[in-house]
Design a protein around this ligand. Structure first.
Ligand code: GCU
Length: 606
């Protein structure tokens, strides 16, 4: 805390210093600081936090974070906002969904709450974990700036060790969702720019030496007979790490090397995970006094030529794209919302979902592991990005590393996507090649992809990035944005990709009920016809090994304001009520259920 007189000293400075924010943009809260969470006891910090929007960053300028929690009558100076009392909001939440006056708010907002601890154990380490904060989150403890995190959809930890005091501590987070040229995504997206602390926040302790990271997978050598476990420890350890998987009779020591890493290849033949048989094993890793757990499925995903194979068997990805968006909750999701999503996907005949265009809540992959769905997960390198900017690359690469470290024990995740509909420029190629390499470095067991565009100049499925990813995602909207539907078949015949193609997006808007037109664009019938024609064409292209049409539910977006859209994208197969199915839902479901029953041959039937 600064002394009482800090405001007077700072008052003029606060008005004249336009570099006020520079000291708070260290971006030191990143993937290096993540702590493996499986099985850890945590104290939830969800619930009411004191809240205030701060459009002009007065809080950073005047250093609200350094103010003492004094009673108003004891103050010697006027305060423009009281971090310790007044209006509160529930965490997790998006402020846009809480009050009409905050719907389009874009800027900084302050969250403050106490953290009371009886004692601070000197033999332990203390952390905060934020499930996500959109977009820039500056964290303060008892008036001290501890760092900030960039990225709207990935978790980050804050090390409080040595800073927490017994009794009452004050946590403050300044969350800023301003769209800027150097961020990822940039300034223009086709989804709503929700701001806020919109996933869970918790406090937890670990032993002095802790397990930072744990990755376990089947060695993808086609034998399905070796598990590889990799543990990263932080802090001095005497002795080895231990891996236990009781249902596989595994209880092995893993020597920790000089780089605080332990790796073991264990010969064993687990029952393989698949959508039809989502077998999960309880895994425990201990090292010194630390102990973490996970529930993990073991399977192999690979590509051979234009085939995608799961456990050696070619498969067709019967998918649907999904956003994190809810009419009432905004970008906040919960178990019920997620399970409804998977139930609708099951109704549709899906074995696969594209979690667009950013990392979804970590529960999504956990539930997909449990229920048996395959997932495409993605970072929001979306449309125009400042591909020439090293800071932008560092931001994208960090978001990707945070996603991979969070979800790489999830059998359901088979594809890491490094972007969506980016222009095919040299700068973009270098940027995305780097991200694709990060995927392979952090996780050699999964496929990489990106949602690319048709090369209209050459009327082919062709993108220079394709040579650097395993699966070509293709967004094509013949029948909607591209009016000559016949071109789709022509492009299909004219292309000969050497790797699998997945139609990562296709679809059309369909407004149901009295709001929608009876015929033509934006009518439900027009949308249904687009689906009929798309399916009839795509099913005949043998190198297409999956589809995730756009999109399961109608979703909120600022940039769509015509009389039918009214701030929503209506390409959902189900309306924003997440209940009312449109005609196109049943058309796609018919196709998926037919090929699920009849297999690959049924798909290519005319
Ligand atoms: C694009 C984009 C989506 C967008 C969709 C649409 O392909 O990837 O984010 O919502 O088209 O225009 O509806």
């Amino acid at each position: 805390m600064l002394e009482r007189s800090h405001l007077a000293d700072n008052a003029l400075q606060a008005l004249h210093d336009e570099d006020y924010d520079v000291p708070f943009n260290t971006q030191t809260l990143n993937h290096d600081g993540l702590v493996f969470m499986g099985g850890r006891a945590v104290t939830s910090l969800d619930g009411d936090w004191t809240f205030c929007v701060d459009l002009l960053d007065t809080g950073l300028r005047q250093k609200w974070f350094a103010m003492l929690p004094e009673a108003p009558e004891d103050r010697a100076e006027p305060w423009d906002y009281d971090p310790y009392m007044g209006e509160t909001v529930p965490v997790p939440s998006n402020w846009a969904m809480l009050k009409e006056k905050w719907y389009f708010f874009e800027g900084s907002a302050w969250y403050t709450r106490p953290l009371d601890v009886d004692t601070v154990d000197p033999d332990k380490r203390q952390f905060l974990r934020f499930g996500a904060a959109s977009y820039d989150c500056k964290v303060f403890l008892n008036g001290e700036f501890l760092g900030n995190h960039y990225g709207a959809s990935t978790p980050f930890c804050v090390d409080l060790t040595g800073k927490l005091k017994p009794g009452r501590n004050w946590i403050m987070a300044c969350v800023n969702n301003t769209r800027t040229r150097d961020r990822v995504p940039m300034r223009n997206t086709d989804w709503f720019n929700y701001g806020g602390l919109y996933r869970e926040v918790c406090f937890f302790e670990t032993p002095k030496s802790l397990i930072r990271d744990f990755f376990i997978h089947l060695v993808p050598d086609g034998t399905y007979g070796t598990l590889r476990a990799q543990v990263t420890v932080d802090g001095p350890v005497a002795g080895a790490a231990r891996l236990e998987i009781p249902d596989l009779g595994i209880n092995v020591e893993m020597a920790v090397d000089g780089a605080s890493k332990a790796q073991a290849d264990i010969p064993v033949r687990p029952d393989l995970w698949s959508p039809e048989a989502p077998v999960l094993y309880d895994v425990t890793v201990s090292c010194g006094e630390d102990r973490v757990t996970d529930r993990v499925g073991f399977r192999q995903i690979e590509r051979r030529g234009t085939d995608i194979l799961l456990n050696g068997e070619p498969l067709f990805l019967r998918g649907i794209s999904v956003h994190e968006d809810d009419a009432a909750l905004g970008k906040v999701t919960n178990d019920a919302d997620l399970r409804r999503r998977f139930e609708h996907a099951r109704d549709l005949g899906c074995n696969y979902l594209r979690l667009a265009h950013y990392p979804h809540h970590e529960q999504a992959a956990r539930i997909a592991d449990e229920l048996g769905f395959l997932l495409w997960e993605e970072i929001p390198v979306y449309w125009a990005i400042d591909f020439d900017n090293p800071a932008t690359y560092r931001d994208a690469d960090n978001q990707l590393a945070e996603l991979i470290k969070r979800d790489r024990n999830r059998a359901s995740v088979i594809i890491w996507s490094v972007g969506n509909e980016n222009p095919d420029t040299d700068a973009r190629l270098e940027f995305m090649k780097g991200l694709a390499q990060t995927c392979k470095t952090l996780d050699p067991t999964r496929l990489t992809s990106a949602a690319c565009l048709v090369n209209h100049a050459r009327n082919r499925i062709e993108d220079r990035l394709a040579a650097h990813i395993d699966v070509i995602g293709l967004n094509e909207y013949y029948g909607w944005y591209e009016e000559n539907f016949e071109d789709l078949a022509a492009i299909g015949e004219n292309s000969d990709p050497d790797r699998p193609v997945v139609i990562s997006e296709t679809g059309a808007d369909g407004v149901i009920g009295e709001k929608g037109p009876a015929r033509g664009l934006f009518s439900e019938d027009y949308m249904a016809e687009v689906y009929r024609k798309q399916i009839a064409t795509l099913r005949r292209l043998s190198y297409i090994k999956g589809m995730s049409p756009w999109i399961l539910y109608d979703f909120r977006v600022e940039r769509r304001q015509n009389i039918f859209q009214n701030g929503y994208n209506h390409k959902g197969l189900i309306a924003a009520d997440k209940t009312t199915k449109k005609k196109a839902f049943h058309i796609l479901a018919g196709f998926y259920h037919e090929i699920a029953a009849g297999g690959e041959t049924a798909r290519e039937a005319s």
